[in-house]
Write a protein that binds this ligand. Structure first.
Ligand SMILES: Nc1ncnc2c1ncn2[C@@H]1O[C@H](COP(=O)(O)OP(=O)(O)OP(=O)(O)O)[C@@H](O)[C@H]1O
Ligand SMILES: [Mg+2]
Length: 276
């Protein structure tokens, strides 16, 4: 089943401005980790707002879990939302609880976890994101990266079937970023039906994903597996996007005459190959 289907989606913030999302169509099948990349202002967050129902007047069609949302009634939309977890670009707009504990609890209540099991679960999810020492703090008093960690814990605690991240780890340090990505990738191993759409400026994350969508000026200009998309180096450069560092390094070494086989397709393999 396709978890997200978007057909000829178009939206302009006001009548006279250029559409922020301009005739975009794509599908995301169940169980895929899809990344959406594009430089600032290319329409990524607008697309996230359209998919999450924050923007409701648009042209085109959006189907979630096989159901066209234009035709769904409020009860059906409510049921769909319970299966979806969002982490938005600005974590300040995200919190529902007055403490970190309440915020994670909210996600658990959503899936009717019995009260006596709540504390254990809250601790597990807080620990996953390295925030177990902050459970009684107000989310307002946390740093940007800590807020993002709590927002992610809250969403993962919900056990959603679809996760939508809009630069959910943008404020984390490189190690934190990798840890959180590893958690999400690991959850997919536990639940192969978990579908992820992650908006990111992190090309390394895009390279690890199953499929990459590239937006530029509201239009979908490239899509495919990471290997396909990142082979279009010239097109990417034109729209101010880079290939992952190790791919650029590999290309530069090849240009200098070093023979590097095609199967060297990850950072780890390149490191191993160079250190032989
Ligand atoms: N609330 C708004 N009102 C009017 N125009 C907006 C609004 N939000 C975004 N835009 C415009 O829509 C376009 C797309 O913005 P959007 O936030 O979707 O980009 P983005 O790809 O998420 O960028 P970034 O990487 O900076 O987060 C931009 O031209 C932006 O100026
Ligand atoms: Mg954005």
């Amino acid at each position: 089943m396709n978890i997200i289907e978007v057909e000829h989606l178009k939206y302009a913030y006001d009548k006279n401005s250029k559409p922020a999302v301009d005739d975009v169509s794509f599908t995301i099948p169940a169980g895929k980790y899809v990344t959406l990349i594009g430089h600032n202002g290319s329409g990524k967050s607008t697309l996230a707002k359209l998919l999450s129902g924050l923007i409701t007047h648009y042209e085109g069609k959006i189907s979630l879990f096989g159901q066209p949302i234009e035709k769904a009634d409020n009860a059906a939309i409510y049921a769909l939302r319970k299966k979806m977890g969002f982490v938005f670009q600005n974590p300040d707009n995200q919190f529902v609880g007055s403490t970190v504990r309440d915020d994670i609890a909210f996600g658990l209540e959503n899936r009717q976890v019995p009260h006596e099991e709540m504390d254990g679960f809250i601790h597990t999810y807080a620990k996953k994101v390295g925030m177990e020492d902050y459970l009684d703090q107000s989310p307002e008093n946390l740093s940007g990266g800590q807020k993002q960690r709590v927002a992610i814990a809250g969403v993962l605690a919900m056990h959603p079937e679809l996760v939508l991240y809009d630069e959910a780890t943008s404020m984390l340090d490189p190690v934190g970023k990798r840890d959180i990505l590893d958690i999400t990738f690991h959850l997919r191993e536990e639940n192969p039906n978990l579908t992820v759409l992650s908006i990111t400026h992190d090309v390394e994350e895009a390279f690890r994903s199953d499929y990459v969508l590239v937006l530029n000026a509201g239009k979908l200009v490239l899509e495919g597996t990471p290997a396909e998309v990142f082979s279009h180096t010239e097109e990417l450069k034109k729209i101010h996007l880079d290939a992952p560092f190790f791919l650029s390094l590999k290309a530069a070494l090849k240009a200098k005459g070093m023979e590097i086989p095609d199967e060297i397709d990850t950072e780890e393999k390149l490191e191993e190959f160079l250190c032989r």
